[in-house]
Design a binder for this molecule. Structure first.
Ligand code: TRP
Length: 358
């Protein structure tokens, strides 16, 4: 490929709500998948703070967005996303995403949205009635995906129905107004499987059962030593169960020495190894996983690097989204006042550009 003809890769878009530090569940559930995919695509990672507002709109939660956004990007870079091939951007700083979402709203029915189990669950979790914002969650997500005309969207199962709505909206738009959008494909592979340190529920920061990627070795040790194991095991010589024992699930997920795990399981079942020894082993295994992540973090943190990256990405995606909205308005046939104003502004910009160039 010559330098003047850069390779055109398909576009990938995915992202997260900036609700707090990423943890081991994200690492195995989504980050590792994104790291694997990154070179085959031009990657866009949205920091979906407007989506966060659909369930968390208290002032304190909004005040935490900036720090959480920075943390999210730093976590992604630490996990191995390379900043050169990726564009990170803050959703709320691009008002045209809302404009696009508004223009798409007539392409989906309230009934279709109300029936989505994922939305019903989210509403139930808030303990409140479904808000208008939450009902519109999939439409807003469609605007995210379509604003950069993404072709590939790697998401977890909980998001499949939302991307399905995006596909319907894209198809409906294209057939009603003319081809503007590629119909995006779901890329499977994001699988949130990791149980929390409590051994009860999925790892989640809000449940207090998470090991964060940014945790120090000492913090990891403390959390592992406090981990739930087998409640029926009172002493180290009581035979224990490894099934549904989160210490062993973590070993299965993160340890590379399969034989060592099998030996430990056998000893655990026989009551010839204590919880503490198994946990010590797990701490070492997790440090092996987290050390390269910690090392990369030190390279990217500080000196405003991440802020600058988000700013640059946001400007770039804003310009792209403006182009998309323009194409949408043209396809839909908006003419008249808006069009004249816009054309005039366009001509002015063009002549200023040629003056500056000449
Ligand atoms: N809905 C995603 C979540 O569960 C976040 C998100 C917002 C997203 N916009 C997106 C994911 C666009 C993929 C593509 O947190």
């Amino acid at each position: 490929m010559s330098a003047s003809q850069p390779e055109v890769k398909p576009r990938l878009l995915t992202g997260d709500r900036p609700t707090g530090p990423l943890h081991l569940g994200h690492l195995v559930g989504s980050l590792q998948n994104r790291v694997r995919l990154q070179h085959a695509y031009t990657c866009f990672f949205i920091i979906a703070d407007l989506h966060m507002l659909t369930t968390r709109s208290e002032p304190e939660q909004i005040a935490a967005i900036d720090a959480n956004a920075r943390g999210l990007v730093l976590d992604a870079l630490s996990a191995g996303i390379e900043p050169d091939g990726a564009t990170f951007y803050l959703q709320s700083a691009i008002p045209e995403i809302h404009e696009l979402a508004g223009l798409l709203q007539s392409l989906v029915t309230v009934n279709r949205l109300e029936r989505l189990p994922a939305l019903k669950e989210m509403a139930r979790d808030t303990g409140q009635e479904m808000s208008f914002a939450l009902l519109g969650y999939p439409v807003l997500q469609s605007a995210d995906i379509l604003s950069v005309r993404a072709q590939a969207v790697p998401v977890g199962k909980d998001n499949y129905a939302f991307v399905e709505i995006t596909r319907e909206i894209a198809r409906r738009f294209n057939s009603r107004y003319g081809e503007v959008f590629p119909v995006p494909e779901i890329v499977p592979g994001e699988v949130p499987v990791l149980v929390g340190t409590d051994g009860q529920r999925k790892m989640s920061k809000s449940l207090g059962n998470a090991i964060a990627l940014r945790d120090t070795s000492a913090e990891v040790r403390k959390k592992v030593m406090g981990m739930y194991t087998d409640p029926n095991r009172v002493t180290a010589d009581t035979p224990g169960t490894v099934e549904r024992n989160p210490v062993f699930s973590y070993l299965a997920t993160f340890a590379t020495d399969r034989d060592a795990i099998e030996r430990m399981k056998a000893r655990y079942r026989a009551g010839t190894i204590g919880d503490v020894e198994v946990k010590e082993y797990l701490v070492a295994v997790l440090d092996d996983v987290l050390d390269p992540i910690r090392e990369r973090r030190t390279r990217f943190e500080g000196s405003g690097y991440v802020d600058e990256l988000i700013e640059r990405g946001t400007k770039q995606v804003r310009a792209e989204t403006q182009q998309t909205v323009l194409a949408v308005r043209k396809a839909m046939g908006f003419a008249g006042v808006w069009n004249r104003i816009h054309r005039r502004a366009e001509r002015r910009r063009a002549s200023e550009g040629s003056k500056a160039a000449g």
